[in-house]
Design a protein around this ligand. Structure first.
Ligand code: TRP
Length: 371
């Protein structure tokens, strides 16, 4: 297998998720832990059941605290470098479910600073504009306004800066280089940035003047930031934030990550039905070269982006997913039919999401905080 690399700013190669757990030193969300969540939440979200959220740090501790009556706060975020695609929604969907089941408050950080620093072509005005666009998608997912705070870093700096500074003082350049692979050509803003991503982990503890547990649902590529946060936390008198990590949403071009930099391989929440359908109909599949060969040899769901989409969120029924996999391997099901089926599911989802997204425009201010 080709070597793969995962950092917050670069994912390359074919990601081996089991090996990533070892490399990062995280833990698997195993069966007993799943049962425990299920018991406390009164059910299990699809993304947990399907093992898309598969890795964690200190989740058992979060649940211990919860059982003792010490509620946790949720924290997640988004780097506003463009419109939201379906992959971005996954951690937010789980977060929304956790908010509801555990009656948790949510802090949502929009890192307009990060994306300005990281993307040569983006101005601060651009990242701010995308941050507000992305916030609509967050609100559209149904978070509770009185339990949710969304902020842009450039608009909520006063509350975060002191906390970021404390982390900065505890983090050496050599640690940052080792964790993120920075070189001499890295701009110095990016070197500091990780401290901004740490700040919300400690915000609620500061506000309440007592140790408030924090749980961060995120894609696994964000873990390096929080390793730094967790190292610093005990020295600063804060509890270490806990994390649950998800795998990347598949690319329609095949491969493991839906990348914002190749628009044809991602479906954006702002895509028209025609665009979304076209992208799906052009997707990479695990099919054979001809119908005759497909009938004879069957398809390969394990490399198929259409199958991945269905198994991640778009076919919620386990038995139907299983049957689809069987029929594909047996050569009974052709790629065209499968793409049609996925297109229907995605279009249904988009239509509803876009309706809610438009309604979110009038309600956005109920969620935004500034200082
Ligand atoms: N850096 C993240 C990104 O590029 C955005 C982010 C900020 C984030 N805070 C977070 C993601 C907390 C997950 C959890 O998308």
């Amino acid at each position: 297998m080709r070597e793969f690399q995962v950092t917050p700013w670069e994912v390359s190669g074919e990601v081996d998720y089991e090996r990533l757990i070892e490399r990062f030193g995280t833990s698997e969300i195993d069966e007993p832990l799943l049962r425990r969540i299920e018991r406390l939440a009164g059910g299990l979200h699809l993304l947990l059941r399907r093992r898309i959220f598969y890795s964690h740090r200190s989740l058992d501790w979060i649940l211990d605290e919860y059982e003792r009556g010490n509620r946790f706060v949720l924290y997640t975020g988004r780097g506003p470098s463009g419109h939201t695609h379906l992959g971005h929604l996954m951690p937010w969907m789980l977060t929304r479910w956790l908010q509801e089941k555990f009656e948790a408050k949510l802090l949502f950080q929009l890192t307009d600073d990060e994306k300005f620093l990281f993307k040569q072509e983006l101005s601060l005005e651009d990242t701010k504009r995308f941050a507000y666009e992305n916030a609509l998608d967050v609100v559209a997912l149904g978070f509770e306004p009185d339990k949710t705070e969304i902020f842009l870093n450039t608009e909520y700096i006063k509350s975060q800066y002191r906390l970021a500074l404390k982390v900065a003082k505890r983090t050496t350049f050599s640690t940052a280089k080792a964790v993120f692979g920075f070189g001499n050509d890295t701009n110095i803003g990016l070197i500091f940035f990780t401290c901004m991503q740490s700040a919300p982990c400690f915000l609620e503890t500061e506000r309440q003047g007592r140790a408030v547990p924090v749980l961060i649902p995120c894609a696994i590529d964000q873990d390096p930031h929080f390793r730094i946060t967790r190292d610093a936390a005990p020295h600063l008198g804060y509890p270490k934030p806990a994390l649950v990590h998800c795998k990347f949403f598949p690319s329609l071009a095949g491969g493991s990550k839906m990348s914002a930099s190749s628009p044809e391989s991602s479906i954006y929440t702002t895509d028209s039905p025609e665009e979304a359908r076209r992208k799906i109909m052009n997707a990479f599949t695990g099919g054979q070269e001809s119908v005759a060969m497909q009938r004879r040899l069957g398809g390969r769901p394990e490399v198929c982006s259409v199958y991945s989409y269905l198994s991640y969120i778009f076919e919620q029924d386990d038995a139907r997913l299983e049957e689809r996999q069987r029929a594909c391997r047996a050569g009974e099901l052709l790629c065209g039919e499968c793409k049609q089926y996925l297109a229907e599911r995605v279009l249904e989802f988009l239509e509803e999401h876009q309706r809610r997204r438009e309604r979110a425009r009038d309600r956005l201010e109920e969620f935004m905080v500034r200082d």
